[in-house]
Write a protein that binds this ligand. Structure first.
Ligand code: FIX
Ligand code: ZN
Length: 428
């Protein structure tokens, strides 16, 4: 048995050998529990909103979009199918008739392999039987363990009827699942949000008249009390501007920012999505565009007492975001979002963040919608992050400064959880 003293010596040993350094970085990055700062995963108590198993995995919108590139089937015929039939079609098209090379398709292979299921199976019988036989809570425990996710942040929509009904019943659920209060309908679709707010007895008007701002604040206060979110969040189009002279700008200034300030909640800005560019694909039909990073510079400058989390969807915005974050310490870049979550791009973004920001950012979130996606999204990201971190330490070594195992653990802890915990007092 290694004695405590020997172990402590090992922790402070200088890692001057590259192979040993790489092995150590990989080990720490693979084992470090991560806080997954943005997902769409809900726990089993959310009933049909809890997505898990092979049919949900295969009908993920990333894979639906990819299936249409390799099948002649019409969109209408696809949407007329049941979930089981759609999953069968995706399996047949992307996994049997083709080699599953894309990131989302390889992700399924990683998951199947992790559960010892046959990734070359001719059909889904074995996988369906396996997932159907799992006890939901034990399965959640097992998946979080496998992904080494200690906590995760859900996406919670206070205008989604099925979800709000469950919150109104005060369901209790796994403490590792934290809420985030999503503001997309209010900020991007005010005309349609108004009747939904009215149904919940808030007196708001499309033209922002009367008590509208106070009522939006009262609505947010109510849901903050109910959900205890760790942050407020909104996804925004590539054209988003701040300041602006539209409804969104007024809602931001008169309701959202004052609420964030009053409750000490960070505001997550997810910028660059172009919703529904192909409506025939439904939830798989969103695209992206290059946004203007100076908007987050201005929002950070004008609201120094609010903490912002920011992620941009366009690869072209990533370097500018790093520079903006160097200027505003109330701005925290996070994750490689959606179309960026591919090894080649995660490598590049992680490297430029490390070079420009040192350890002061949140390298990744999963954006998982289906429970088991946590396994592949974290597994694949950890590999890339370990490689980039190793290269940084190796350069440091070449410049004359070796690191110790203790320092590596401290750094990875900061990246994988401490930076986020410092931003959001609620995740403890
Ligand atoms: O707006 C978001 O939170 C996006 O991440 C999702 O809407 C998107 O559909 C997604 O799942 C991306 O990974
Ligand atoms: Zn998301």
């Amino acid at each position: 048995m290694i004695s405590l003293v020997e172990n402590q010596t090992a922790q402070t040993e200088l890692l001057t050998d590259s192979a040993k350094l790489l092995q150590h970085v990989e080990e720490v990055v693979n084992q470090m529990p991560a806080v997954d700062v943005h997902t769409h995963v809900l726990p089993p108590q959310f009933q049909s909103l809890f997505l898990y198993g092979i049919d949900d995995l295969l009908t993920y919108h990333y894979l639906i979009a990819e299936t249409f590139r390799s099948t002649e089937l019409s969109h209408a015929d696809f949407w007329a199918m049941t979930k089981t039939e759609r999953a069968d079609l995706v399996w047949q098209t992307l996994f049997v008739e083709n080699t599953p090379l894309s990131e989302a398709a390889r992700g399924i292979i990683t998951i199947l392999t992790a559960f010892d299921l046959d990734p070359r199976a001719p059909n889904l019988n074995e996988a369906r039987a396996f997932f159907a036989s799992q006890d939901p809570q034990q399965h959640v425990n097992r998946v979080l363990d496998m992904a080494r996710v200690s906590d995760l942040v859900m996406t919670n929509d206070p205008l989604h009827e099925q979800e709000t009904n469950l919150w109104e019943e005060n369901i209790s659920f796994d403490k590792r699942f934290h809420a985030s209060l999503r503001l997309d309908s209010i900020l991007n679709d005010w005309g349609n949000a108004v009747p939904l707010l009215s149904e919940q007895d808030f007196d708001v008007s499309v033209k922002l008249e009367g008590q509208t701002f106070n009522e939006v604040r009262r609505f947010l206060d109510k849901w903050i009390l109910k959900m205890s979110p760790v942050y407020l969040a909104v996804s925004l189009p590539a054209e988003f501007k701040y300041p602006d002279d539209d409804v969104r700008d007024r809602l931001f200034n008169e309701a959202i920012l004052p609420t964030a300030r009053e409750h000490g909640l960070p505001l997550a800005l997810m910028i660059g999505v172009r919703r529904g560019i192909n409506p025939a694909l439904r939830s798989a039909g969103d695209g992206m565009g290059r946004a203007d990073v100076s908007t987050v510079e201005r929002i950070s400058a004008r609201n120094p007492d609010v903490r912002f989390l920011a992620t941009f969807l366009s690869r072209e915005n990533q370097h500018e975001l790093c520079v903006a974050a160097r200027k505003f310490n109330n701005l925290m870049p996070f994750g490689c979002w959606w179309f960026l979550n591919n090894p080649s791009i995660v490598s590049e973004i992680t490297a430029e963040r490390l070079e420009l920001l040192g350890l002061s950012f949140v390298p990744q979130h999963s954006d998982a919608r289906v429970l088991e996606q946590l396994i592949y999204k974290w597994g694949h990201s950890r590999k890339v992050i370990a490689r980039q971190l190793f290269e940084m330490y190796e350069r440091l070594l070449a410049s004359g400064r070796a690191v110790t195992p203790k320092e590596i653990s401290r750094d990875v802890l900061r990246l994988f959880s401490e930076n986020f915990r410092a931003w959001t007092a609620n995740v403890r």
